[in-house]
Ligand binder design. Structure first.
Ligand SMILES: [Zn+2]
Length: 285
C-alpha cells in the first residue's frame, strides 16, 4: 500500500500549467544554424550579417539589410518605392492574390519583392536592386521587372554601375505572362546597358531559381554567388524525374556551378562589398 495518497480534489483546484508555461521563454533570442546545428545568439548572428560565426553558413537577409551591407554608411536613396501590383489577372487560387499581396506587405513592410536604391559603394555611386526573399518567395512580378528596368535606365542616364542581388523562386505565377515577359524586358534593358559600356554585377544568393536565373541573374559582366546558395532553373526533383538519373552531390549549389563554369566567383557575404568595389575599379578605373 502506498504511504502517499494523492489528493485529486486538491490537485484539480491548482491552476493548470500549460506546456508553454513550463519553459522559460527565450523564443527569438537564439537561432539554430542550419549548417552546423549549433545554437547561436541571434544578436551575434545579426552582427555578422546572418553568417554563422561558427561554420560560415549563410542565412538569408532581407532586402533592406542587404542594401545596408553594400552601401557606405548603409545610406541610399530609394526609387519607385510606391509601385504596387495591380493584380492584372484578378487571380484567385486558395485565396485572392490581392490578399496575398497585403499579407506579404504586412509581413515585410515592403510593397513588393524588391528594393531599388542609389548610394555609394566605397565612394563610387552605384544603382543597387535588392530582392526580398520573404515577399511571396522573392518572386518576379510585373512591378519587380519594372523597378529593375527603371534602375537600369537610371544607370544608363547617370553612367553608374549596376548591382542586382537576386533572391527569388522565379517568376510569380499569379501574374502569368506579365511576370514572364519581365525576363525579356529586363534582358533588353541590360543589352542597352552593355551598349553603353556600363558594368553590371549580378550577386546570386540563396535561392536564385526559375525565370530570374534564366534572365538577369546570369547576365552580369560578373556573376558572383554567396557560398552554398541554391542556384538553378528547375528544381532537382523535376530534373531527376525528367532525366531518370540521380543528381551528383552538391548539384545546383554555388560551388558546383563555379566548378562547372556557370559562375565567376563565390564570395562570402562579408567580403562582397570589397570584392565588388575592386571589380568596378578593374572595369572602369
Ligand atoms: Zn553554423
Amino acid at each position: 500500500m502506498s504511504w502517499f495518497k494523492r489528493d485529486k480534489a486538491a490537485d484539480s483546484k491548482l491552476p493548470k500549467l500549460e506546456d508553454k508555461d513550463r519553459h522559460v521563454r527565450t523564443e527569438g533570442l537564439w537561432q539554430k544554424c542550419e549548417g552546423c546545428r549549433q545554437i547561436t545568439w541571434k544578436k551575434d548572428l545579426e552582427a555578422n550579417w546572418n553568417v554563422c560565426p561558427k561554420c560560415g553558413h549563410h542565412t538569408q537577409i532581407d532586402a533592406v539589410t542587404r542594401l545596408r551591407l553594400l552601401l557606405d554608411d548603409g545610406e541610399y536613396e530609394e526609387f519607385d518605392g510606391c509601385l504596387r501590383s495591380s493584380d492584372p489577372l484578378e487571380f484567385v487560387d486558395k485565396k485572392p492574390y490581392r490578399d496575398k499581396l497585403k499579407e506579404a506587405e504586412a509581413a515585410t513592410g515592403l510593397p513588393e519583392a524588391i528594393v531599388c536604391g542609389r548610394g555609394k559603394l566605397e565612394g563610387r555611386t552605384v544603382e543597387v536592386c535588392s530582392m526580398e526573399p520573404r515577399f511571396i518567395g522573392g518572386s518576379m512580378a510585373g512591378v519587380v521587372g519594372e523597378k529593375i528596368t527603371r534602375a537600369i535606365e537610371r544607370s544608363i542616364q547617370g553612367n553608374h554601375p549596376l548591382v542586382i542581388v537576386s533572391a527569388s523562386g522565379g517568376a510569380r505565377m499569379q501574374e502569368g505572362a506579365v511576370s514572364l515577359m519581365q525576363m525579356a524586358k529586363i534582358s533588353a534593358a541590360l543589352m542597352r546597358l552593355d551598349e553603353s559600356r556600363i558594368p553590371y554585377i549580378s550577386v546570386l544568393t540563396d535561392p536564385t531559381t526559375g525565370g530570374v536565373t534564366a534572365s538577369f541573374a546570369m547576365l552580369g559582366d560578373l556573376n558572383i554567388a554567396e557560398p552554398g546558395a541554391l542556384i538553378g532553373f528547375a528544381g532537382p526533383r523535376v530534373i531527376e524525374q525528367t532525366i531518370r538519373q540521380k543528381l551528383p552531390e552538391g548539384f545546383q549549389r554555388s560551388e558546383f556551378l563555379l566548378k562547372h563554369g556557370m559562375l565567376d566567383a563565390v564570395v562570402p557575404r562579408t567580403e562582397q562589398k570589397q570584392y565588388i568595389s575592386r571589380a568596378l575599379r578593374f572595369f572602369i578605373g
